[in-house]
Design a protein around this ligand. Structure first.
Ligand SMILES: [Zn+2]
Length: 250
């Protein structure tokens, strides 16, 4: 049976001289991996090699006993030219694609997340030539928070994840712990050896997501530091693209 869907390529690896194994995040289907036979030939059913972050309509046949589906058509939409002109925007998009790949399951659809990812890529692509680093960082952070929410891993960000005391401006110290799955207060932080200390501004931005848009670049870097820490703990390894995006804090 053939399935048609709108999809974004989130991973592509060479399978042979002429073929690729591609992973798509498809709107109605969820994540699928498929073999694209002959995709690297000049004349193929896929308009040339399939590129990561490209978007288009796919047709594929589910392989019942084999592991991979077979991609039979892919009409890539033109675009994404801007993204290739801004390395930080491109790295941020690749980082988001990596996280999406690692945190979603095959054939588990996430329509809202698909639309958010498509919008995230479109915004980065449109603004890549004029955007400042902090503008891109804002978009990446908002997508990462949306991703955690959609896959059911949203951390507790408006209170201490352990004692539920609400985050308030009189918190003199604030921490984030991946094992507590959220912010932890000064009284609870000792119970969570993986905690990292965060500043009041970064904590407030996490608690009030709207503030992220107007935050200073160093606050954004601090938030991204916390998120990279959280993704690292959740996945059990540092995401590959993290080092291209994440500025090590002093
Ligand atoms: Zn507490």
């Amino acid at each position: 049976m053939l399935t048609k869907d709108r999809a974004i390529c989130i991973r592509a690896v060479d399978y042979s001289e002429t073929s690729q194994v591609v992973t798509f995040f498809a709107r109605l289907t969820g994540k699928i991996s498929a073999i694209a036979k002959g995709s690297k030939r000049a004349k193929s059913a896929f308009d040339g090699p399939i590129e990561v972050l490209s978007l288009g309509e796919i047709v594929f046949s589910d392989a019942v006993e084999e592991k991979l589906a077979v991609l039979t058509e892919y009409q890539q939409r033109p675009g994404r030219g801007g993204l290739r002109k801004n390395l930080f925007a491109l790295d941020s998009a690749l980082f988001a694609a990596e996280l999406l790949n690692r945190l979603t399951h095959d054939y588990d659809p996430h329509l809202v997340l698909f639309d958010q990812f498509a919008q995230f890529l479109e915004d980065l692509d449109a603004q890549a030539t004029t955007a400042r680093r902090c503008d891109i960082l804002v978009r990446l952070i908002l997508f990462q928070l949306a991703l955690l929410h959609e896959v059911g891993l949203r951390p507790v960000l408006n209170a201490c994840a352990n004692c539920q005391r609400p985050l308030a401006s009189d918190w003199r110290e604030c921490y984030f712990s991946s094992s507590a799955n959220g912010l932890t207060c000064r009284d609870c932080e000792m119970s969570f050896p993986d905690r990292v200390r965060i500043g009041a501004q970064a904590a407030n931005c996490l608690a009030n997501v709207r503030q992220i848009t107007g935050a200073q670049e160093n606050t954004l870097d601090e938030i991204e530091h916390v998120l990279v820490h959280h993704f690292t703990e959740t996945l059990g390894h540092v995401p590959k693209m993290a080092r291209h995006v994440h500025k090590k804090l002093r």
